[in-house]
Design a protein around this ligand. Sequence first.
Ligand code: ADP
Ligand code: MG
Length: 818
Amino acid sequence: MLIDVEPLRKILELEYKKGYADSAVIGGLDRFLRNWAGQAIESITNPHLLNRFRKLHLINSSYASLTEQQRKQWINSVLDFLAEVEHGGGEKGGAKLPPLASRRSSKARKQTAVGNQSIDSPVTVIRGISSTLATKFNKLGVNTVRDLLYFFPHRHLDYSQRKSISQLTEGEEQTVIANIWQAQEIRLGGRRSTEAIIGDETGNVRVVWFNNPYLAKKLPTNTQVVISGRVSLFNGRYVFESPEWELVEDRELIHTGRLVPLYPLTQGLRPRQVRKLMKEVVDQWAWQMEDFLPYPIKENCDLLDLPQAISQAHYPEDEAVKAQARVRLAFDELFLLQIGVLSRKRNWQESQSGNRFGAQTPMLETFLHSLPFELTPAQQKVLSELLSDLGKPTPMCRLLQGEVGSGKTVVATAALLVAAANDYQGAFMAPTEILAEQHFATVCELLSRVGHEEEGEGYLRRYSGLLSHPLTVALLIGDIKQVGKQELQQRILAGDVDIVIGTHALIQKDVEFQRLGVAVVDEQHRFGVTQRSALRQKGFNPHVLVMTATPIPRTLALTLYGDLDLSVIDQLPPGRQVIKTKWLKPEQRDSGYVFLRRQVAEGRQAFIICPLVEESEAIQAKAAVAEYQRLSREVFPDLKLGLLHGRMPAVEKDKVMRCFRSGELDILVSTPVVEVGIDVPNATVMLVESADRFGLSQLHQFRGRVGRGQEQSYCMLLAENPSQVSRERLDIIEKTQDGFQLAEEDLRLRGPGEFFGTRQSGLPDLKMARLSDVALLELARNEAIKLFEIDPVLDKPEHHLLAKELARVWPTEGGEWS
Ligand code: ADP
Ligand code: MG
């Protein structure tokens, strides 16, 4: 076989890299092909190959008039053909094609020959990555070739502005290509350094690299060098100080003269080394990435192909393509996330039918009329949403958001009553025992007005008059005596208890219900799939209502809770007090303490949130202990202080909170990790240290701990040395009491990562997508919904790759897609 397939293959690969824009050869691919084919045909003797060759119409190709998708298919078929030619092609008729990975470039073929290397092989399969280097990458979470391809630079330096030396201006990033006249080691400020003089046809310029004497040897006289960086003025002359450099050795620029990637680095990884490595990896492997996105979606959303997006995200041709690459990769993340959450929702709602509950209007009316207040319009709206869900045969899956004090508990209680009236049981779960107790007290309070209380044991109450049987409410926490607990569990199993209130352990541990109809989960953001499947394993498919006081902007909610329907109580009951909020400058700290002391003297109580310490919970706890001691000794020696931190055993935490609630303590010093969710109506002061380091939403949560009683309440925010942005934020929280507005501001000012890490939510990581990508998120969600309509379980052949990808990013799903 005499045809040289290499030039054509190179061109086709270039064409693919450039996105099938018919830009790989000047004059267009068709002209090149005609020429190439004209020569090639003379040397093809094998009739099978000749036949294949004719079918490709290389001599009269019409590439220019094909659509992008057609171009792609066609190029792939030509590449297949070339591979066949190279392998001596089909002597026995139907020659077996080598596997995809080995078809195209000879480099890649060499690699695959070494073993069964794939995109999921460990990084050590890459030439130049030793096991020592691999360990360093592993530390960054990069284990496989695929991880490397998805190891994106955090930004790019724009070294694409090429100038001649005479055009250089001070301070800007610019690139020159010049000849090295001389490079030598010199001493600069006592340090061994390198100095070079370089020049082009317009002039010469000096370049210095501090602390790097060895560079001199790498810059031979009379070679061409590319220098990218800023120039500064030194003794009236321009000089490049420690710029990026590379020799023009007839190859593609990596470090200079273009958009140059900056990678997140760990100890022992050098930027130049990583860049060089990444370039090789991208060039050799990116095109092997299978594009899992169905073609119609790509077309409809105008997205780049995956391999192209990956290589452009690393080494972009220009800013515009870089932006397109990001869009494609961000779309992938959001789309996969949406398919994941939607399919979870579908599983939950359709795989098992739920229980349809009648609205029980008379019973509800009785209950609502007995309340000392009227529901706000927002509460009414949410209640009707809940009733409509409960009336459907598919189990409810709803997230209820509402500020602290917006009245979620009443609404949830109504849902639990509906279950009870339909002869089902309800569970009401809180994150801590003390909060469970609080809910028990609240629910009993609400019911005591309507029902006649029959029995009054501590943890079990019965109310007659509302249902046809006495309504039984129980509190199940670790605190109650073992005997009582067993008896209670038996009653729950016997269906003798209508509403059980406890911690989240209720549904996970040893409690067995007879007929669980509604589960209300308070203040847990991550009541997710795991918990729901725990319920299901017990044979229940209850309606689930998750409640949170953390305001979550819509984009975030769709991302994190796309599998839940959303309800919002967006108004507070009338007459709620505004908590007076003020941020104090460092010199006002003492006046803050004086104010707090005066409130305590008037019989009130106060919270002090300790400074935020970054590192570990252990260090945080230590710092809290220190702050507690400082305050006890130096500032409030005459007052009673309590301490709360995450390292304390749960029993101890509960004890401290109880002491505070009962008024035995004046001040509760707490770390921010401890979400002090308790209702202490007598607490009127919240003082937050290093307030500039918290998100607005978090500050708002802290603030919500006070103002729960009749007395005017106050929130004081201390900030030692706030930046401009921090000042802006502190100003906003002073003026705004609206949690949603604050959450949106958080997103705007701090970015989504800090607002609410997706990592902790057990969802796939978002690297490229930003939560401010509202339009892209909606697009991804709509495409996911559309796809679901055509192929809900993704078993059509054209969705095979997508199913595989989903199984990869949502591994917990247990192979549902694969
Ligand atoms: P959340 O759980 O949303 O923080 P709660 O349900 O605990 O709020 O309600 C806070 C307080 O407001 C409770 O004392 C409750 O009785 C009261 N409340 C609830 N709804 C109303 C309303 N519509 N009008 C007046 N007070 C209300
Ligand atoms: Mg509440």
